[in-house]
Design a protein around this ligand. Structure first.
Ligand SMILES: Cc1ncc(C[n+]2csc(CCOP(=O)(O)OP(=O)(O)O)c2C)c(N)n1
Ligand SMILES: [Mg+2]
Length: 691
């Protein structure tokens, strides 16, 4: 107590709160012996001023749909967020959105920073910790997410606000470091946000002149302010991160600027205790060490023996500030919402479904049924028809593409679908431009704000968006990727555009549903699965070229897609000597090979395998019924890397796949060159059978 009063007597309450954020961060990092204390030390006042005075956020309800979003893009500074969530008393809630009595982060959890099963993992993870709006750590991603959140606020406002009923007007703030601003994804996202004139978006740049390797000047010297002006942002600067008044002015400038996003450049210093350390960049990004902790606490006029000290009055002060202000704002909104519900029950119902991540009744009505057709259609075509039908039924399914909408067939073309453009935020077709990575990061932000976005590009460029896909998978968020031009089958564009290893790579990623449907009706089933899959992203892998629409009166129903793999066409008599398995455009090749083999007296079965993940989830009996162990003569056919297929073909099987990059040529020549012909599949089958 004596320690506490000594602290209190010297510092005003603002300073005390700021230093509590700092010292909790320092102590947690020191105790874990791992983590980054620097950014929390430098940024504590920036976050304090924002949360305490401006952020429209109710700690008692961290899932209030119209709350302002706070994104810590500099995820390595996680303790900054955890300390803030703790001190402001943000409550825990379930993944379903039920608010609990306990805190999101108790003091025990602060003490368990970076330990197994804690609520305080090394970098913030939104599916683990309430109040963490998005998972960050890979630099630049949070910045990209924030653009998606800002888009969502605009879209919801344009579609659901009514005169006198501003149900949605939330702002999004993102804290970025040098690393974030160096990353390409943040540059793409900033360019997009500036173009879209997202006046509800504010990035706070921690201009602390240091990165991990040393002074930022070693690697970063561009004029950030001019760059953002060029993007069409409003740019302002706070010369000293400790100057609360100037920080407040900057936030007010942002709130007044409604026609473009705002970048606040904050010059900060990490503020080590020892003069030696202040001038040195060594060991940046590591715990301070006992000696430095002492010096730093001395610098903050903090009792150095005390660990995890929250002086008297700090919790209360946050409670009187953000707690009261946020609570009042939320209560007002709840009242407005009540009136809105009474006046606009239809719209309110939709918003409730959106928040619960549920689908409207009849979401799967009027989906196309494709008649058998030997010429058939490209799966991108059938996908385009399917998603248009789905989007008519699901008003918050919104699409887009990285400048390939016409190729990806992602355009929503029905009356009223509209475009999402600068200043016109009602439309459902987003134009990400040639910014795949920002598209993925923005879609993560949109889906975290409960919309259902899908976005397209060529499958080969899934590599350009992969880091965002991966975070979506980690966050368990249902973004839908529409990847077309899925193989060498795209033809003349050649090997720069022909994916090879992308399927194997996505199949290797945890918690993403990868679907490569084998005809138009499998595409419809795949889309149904994608829409129903709400705990992770889905990748639809679709062809540029036509593939036959299989005759489902002759073959098994396409609903088999839900099981990941199914017997499409069994061997005569049901007891196969050989199994042919294929995906996507190669499914019909397997069917053609089967016909030939059967004519020669070989009992061949064709198995369609649109999804490894789903098939792995089936019980052993089902798996055995599709791929009976005694049948070791097996051939897989897929115009992609062979990697991973050995698990289904086994040691005696043959894999017809790609062993090299593709080539630029008409499709028929490529099929011949790389062996995707009936003759070659039949030959592989005979080899597998030892004939
Ligand atoms: C994509 C990515 N690359 C590398 C890292 C590893 N890393 C963590 S922090 C950091 C740089 C830190 O510089 P800055 O963003 O200025 O943060 P500060 O050290 O100033 O807090 C790096 C390279 C990362 N987290 N993400
Ligand atoms: Mg830095």
């Amino acid at each position: 107590m004596s320690q506490q009063s000594a602290v209190m007597s010297k510092q005003n309450i603002d300073q005390l709160c700021i230093n509590a954020i700092r010292t909790l961060s320092i102590d947690a990092v020191q105790q874990a012996n791992s983590g980054h204390p620097g950014a929390p030390m430098g940024l504590a006042p920036v976050v304090y001023e924002l949360w305490q005075k401006y952020l429209k956020y109710d700690p008692a309800n961290p899932v209030w749909p119209n709350r302002d979003r706070f994104v810590l893009s500099a995820g390595h500074a996680s303790m900054l967020l955890y300390s803030t969530l703790h001190l402001t008393g943000v409550r825990a809630c379930t993944l379903e959105g039920e608010v609990l009595k306990e805190p999101a982060i108790s003091m025990d959890e602060i003490k368990r920073f970076r330990q197994l099963d804690s609520k305080t993992p090394g970098h913030p993870e939104s599916h683990i910790t309430s109040g963490v709006e998005t998972t960050t750590g890979p630099l630049g991603q949070g910045a990209g997410n924030s653009v998606g959140m800002a888009i969502t606020s605009k879209w919801l406002a344009a579609n659901y606000n009514q005169p006198g009923f501003e149900i949605f007007d939330f702002k999004t703030y993102a804290v970025c470091g040098d690393g974030d601003l160096m990353e390409g994804v943040a540059s793409e996202a900033a360019s997009l946000a500036g173009h879209l004139r997202l006046g509800n978006l504010c990035w706070i740049y921690d201009n602390n002149h240091v990165t991990l390797d040393g002074p930022a000047s070693w690697s970063f010297s561009e004029d950030v302010m001019t760059r953002f002006l060029g993007y069409g942002w409003n740019v302002t600067r706070v010369a000293d991160a400790n100057d609360l008044m100037m920080l407040g002015r900057a936030y007010e400038t942002f709130l007044k600027t409604t026609n473009r996003p705002t970048l606040i450049v904050v010059d900060s210093h990490i503020g080590y205790g020892s003069p030696h350390k202040q001038d040195s960049y060594e060991a940046h990004g590591e715990p301070l060490g006992a000696e430095e902790v002492k010096l730093t606490k001395d610098n903050y006029e903090w009792p150095d023996e005390a660990k995890f000290l929250v002086p008297d009055g700090v919790y209360q002060h946050f409670n009187d500030g953000i707690g009261k202000r946020g609570g009042d704002a939320h209560a007002q909104w709840v009242k407005l919402w009540g009136d809105y519900r009474a006046k606009f029950p239809e719209l309110a119902k939709q918003l409730e479904l959106i928040q619960k991540r549920e689908l409207p009744e009849g979401w799967d009505k009027n989906l196309p049924v494709f008649p058998a057709d030997a010429k058939g259609m490209a799966s991108r075509e059938s996908s385009g028809k399917t998603v248009n039908a789905l989007a008519k039924n699901i008003p918050w399914l919104i699409g887009g593409s990285a400048d390939l909408a016409k190729s990806n067939k992602t355009n929503l073309e029905f009356p009223g679908a509209g475009d999402f453009l600068p200043g016109e935020y009602k439309g459902r077709n987003l134009h990400y431009g040639v910014r795949e990575h920002a598209m993925g990061a923005a879609m993560n932000g949109m889906v975290l704000s409960k919309l259902r976005p899908f976005g397209g590009t060529f499958f080969n460029f899934s590599d350009y968006v992969k880091p965002a896909i991966r975070l979506g998978a980690l966050m368990e968020q249902p973004v839908i990727y529409v990847f077309t031009h899925d193989s060498i089958g795209l033809g003349e564009d050649g090997p720069t555009h022909q994916p090879i290893e992308q399927l194997a790579a996505l199949r290797a990623m945890p918690n993403i549903l990868v679907l490569r449907p084998g005809d138009a009706n499998e595409v419809v089933e795949a889309w149904k699965l994608a829409i129903s899959h709400i705990h992770g992203p889905t990748a639809l892998v679709l062809s540029r070229q036509a593939m036959p629409t299989l005759d489902r009166t002759k073959f098994a129903a396409a609903s088999g897609v839900a099981k990941g793999a199914y017997v499409l066409s069994d061997a005569p008599g049901g007891k196969p000597d050989l199994i042919l398995m294929g995906t996507g455009s190669e499914l019909s090749l397997c069917v053609a090979a089967q016909e030939k083999l059967v004519a020669e007296g070989v009992k061949a079965r064709v198995v369609s395998i649109p999804s490894f993940e789903l098939f792995e989830k089936q019980d052993a009996a089902y798996q055995e019924s599709v791929l009976p162990a005694p049948v070791t003569a097996r051939v897989s056919v897929e115009m992609a890397s062979t990697f991973g297929w050995d698990r289904y073909v086994g040691r005696k099987g043959k894999i017809v796949g790609m062993h090299s990059f593709g080539a630029s040529a008409p499709l028929k020549d490529l099929l011949k060159k790389f062996g995707f012909t009936v003759e070659n599949v039949v030959a592989a089958a005979k080899e597998a059978m030892g004939k």
